[in-house]
Design a protein around this ligand. Structure first.
Ligand code: PGA
Length: 254
């Protein structure tokens, strides 16, 4: 039996309007009572304020999918961590693979965004993961090691107890229907935890929540969560349907 409650986060990406999100969340809330997990939704910026009101006093956390690395200033179209917190977000995704690959975010930028998120009082979910090419070339550990070192540089170990979550999302598994097997994911998670122990602090590495993401569905969630070093899930497509998201958060450990 694991001692940490799993953290399950839905990442809605660029989907749903405010009325769609509101009705989804109203229908989701009662099912949180039967979940052993801590549950959150990373929603589009435009609905954070409204859905935070709907989720108020519930067990559901509301977060954002990105933030600027700057505190404030002349950055047209950007959103600051302070604005996200002000709108009601309690957490933010940082360095999601779509940000890294489609919007060319480097680990150095991810590191600045992470520091800004923590400065603004947000919990941060830092995403890492290798591409298919890197996976096939046997470079998974090399890539994860470089991403962890650069993305988490200068972060105090005490942040790994509850302010920083790591999400391992192999790029080849995101939105492709190809989930990493529980064994492949476990090996990567164990490696990441070992890296954090080596670079920071052993106890903090043990306490760190490491989520898996990439084509998680209702029928593979429990097997992934049973792995020793998989402490949670980051879910894209399957979090858009109420039925599948509820089935995932109500997974049975055995
Ligand atoms: P997916 O996305 O579950 O649709 O593969 C995961 C993610 O992008 O976080």
């Amino acid at each position: 039996m694991k001692h940490k409650s799993p953290v399950i986060i839905g990442n809605w990406k660029m989907h749903k309007t405010i009325p769609e999100a509101t009705s989804f969340i109203k229908d989701l809330l009662p099912s949180l009572e039967q979940s052993m997990a801590r549950v959150g939704l990373a929603v589009p910026f435009t609905m954070i304020s409204k859905v935070s009101e709907v989720a108020q006093d519930s067990k559901l956390s509301i977060g954002a999918q990105n933030l600027s690395d700057a505190e404030e200033g002349p950055f047209t179209g950007e959103i600051s961590g302070r604005m996200l917190a002000d709108a009601g977000a309690s957490f933010v995704l940082v360095g999601h693979s779509e940000r890294r690959h489609l919007f060319l975010e480097t680990s150095c930028l991810v590191n600045r965004k992470l520091k800004q998120a923590l400065h603004d009082g947000l919990q941060a979910i830092v995403c890492i993961g290798e591409t298919l090419e890197e996976y096939e070339a046997g470079k998974t550990q090399e890539v994860l090691s470089a991403q962890i070192q650069a993305s988490l540089k200068g972060i105090p170990a005490k942040m790994f107890y509850d302010r920083v979550i790591l999400a391992y999302e192999p790029v080849w598994a995101i939105g492709t229907g190809k989930t990493a097997t529980p064994e492949i994911a476990q090996a990567a998670h164990q490696f990441c935890r070992g890296m954090v122990a080596h670079l920071f602090d052993k106890d903090a590495a043990q306490a760190l929540i490491i989520q898996y993401g990439g084509s998680v569905k209702a029928d593979n969630a429990a097997a992934l969560l049973r792995q020793e070093d998989i402490d949670g899930l980051l879910i894209g497509g399957a979090s858009l349907s109420l039925d599948s998201f509820i089935r995932i958060i109500q997974y049975k450990p055995l």
